[in-house]
Ligand binder design. Structure first.
Ligand code: SAM
Ligand code: SF4
Length: 332
């Protein structure tokens, strides 16, 4: 289950948000800590949710984040609870998050170069993100996963260096194909970097071989990473790490997807690309009991589309329409 804590964010990544931000939800429209706790409990107790990921917008900007994590941990002592964050301010909160009961963390980082980072996120916060990643690792929020989106002509050439950096530190890097979920509607198929290109780019410095572990519904296809020798030849040297590639556009995994998403204002989305949403929070606020909420949630998931419809037949195929919501407003 992916649960968005807020639609707000302190970065403006070009592939997600417009430069001027979006019209934020009002405080009343967003789920309270108590509502979040109840919704998660229904998911776990009635619907078999086995793993929770907190996301946004940027979850760290939510003032009551620690209270939310503590309450969830108290209610579900064994539930894996992870969080996806841009890492800004994580250095100050990592220890407290661990103590509150967060299991592990994903941090988004697209470039190690200040100028490129600032161009992509429209904010000069690379140092803060790097400090946040270090702090999360030190606090025991590992295994730390790093999410990167590649943009043509901006950070694609840097991809082998990002992998070298992650491997040296023991982080698992995952490249996510850019999806048409940017508020600016600037995505084009021609411009996106495909999974095949990512594998090719990485092969400059590394040899990738399929990770023998079972994929088990995970969005990322994982590869074992070996370094090329100095002459650039294939190597049989040791595995130095793993890398994941999330090919949502060119190699979709819809048939194996088991995710359910709740937006910050409590709407159920059965898919990132859903154009139908069900207002679970509205029903909860009307006084529905747990059984009814669980039933309506289940009903909302049954209409999960068979596939998102933008695979090889191409975006612009008559059955694919870009959702109105940007990634930040869904909860990626
Ligand atoms: N703000 C947090 C962050 O950036 O990690 C959490 C929310 S963000 C929407 C979750 C993930 O979605 C990030 O890793 C981000 O890179 C990714 N993302 C955002 N827009 C995307 C897009 N258009 N295509 C692919 N991934 C995207
Ligand atoms: Fe904010 Fe995350 Fe979207 Fe970047 S990807 S603008 S950090 S919500």
């Amino acid at each position: 289950m992916r649960l968005s804590l807020t639609d707000k964010c302190n970065l403006r990544c070009t592939y997600c948000m417009p430069a001027e931000g979006l019209e934020w939800l009002s405080k009343e429209a967003v789920m309270s800590a108590a509502e979040i706790t109840r919704i998660v409990r229904i998911g776990v107790d009635h619907l078999g949710v086995r793993e929770l990921r907190l996301t946004g917008g940027e979850p760290l900007v939510r003032a009551d984040l620690l209270d939310i994590v503590s309450a969830l941990r108290e209610a579900h002592p064994d539930l894996p609870i992870s969080m996806t964050t841009n890492g800004v301010g994580l250095d100050k909160k990592a220890v407290a998050l661990k103590e509150a009961g967060l299991t592990r963390i994903n941090v988004s980082l697209d470039s190690l170069h200040e100028e490129t980072f600032t161009k992509l996120t429209r904010r000069p916060f690379l140092d803060k993100v790097l400090a946040g990643i270090d702090a999360a690792w030190a606090a025991g929020l590992g295994p730390v996963k790093i999410n990167a989106v590649l943009m043509r002509g901006i950070n694609d050439a840097e991809s082998p260096d990002l992998l070298a950096w992650a491997v040296e530190r023991g982080y698992e890097l995952r490249f996510i194909e850019q999806m048409p979920l940017d508020a600016d509607h600037g995505w084009t198929r021609r411009n996106m970097i495909t999974a095949a290109e990512i594998r090719e780019l990485l092969s400059r410095d590394f040899v990738l071989s399929p990770d023998p572990r079972e994929r088990d519904g995970a969005p990322a296809e994982r590869f074992e990473v070996r370094r090329r020798d100095n002459a650039g030849a294939e190597t049989t040297g040791p595995v130095v790490g793993t890398v994941g590639i999330i090919a949502s556009v060119t190699e979709p995994f819809c048939a194996d997807c088991r995710r359910t998403r709740i937006t910050a204002e409590g709407k159920i989305m059965s898919c990132l690309f859903s154009r139908e949403e069900f207002d679970l929070l509205g029903l909860l606020r009307e006084g529905a009991d747990d059984e009814e909420l669980a039933q309506r949630w289940q009903d909302a998931m049954w209409i999960k589309p068979k596939a998102h419809g933008m695979d090889h037949t191409g975006l612009g195929a008559p059955d694919f329409v870009q959702p109105d919501r940007s990634m930040s407003a869904i909860g990626g």
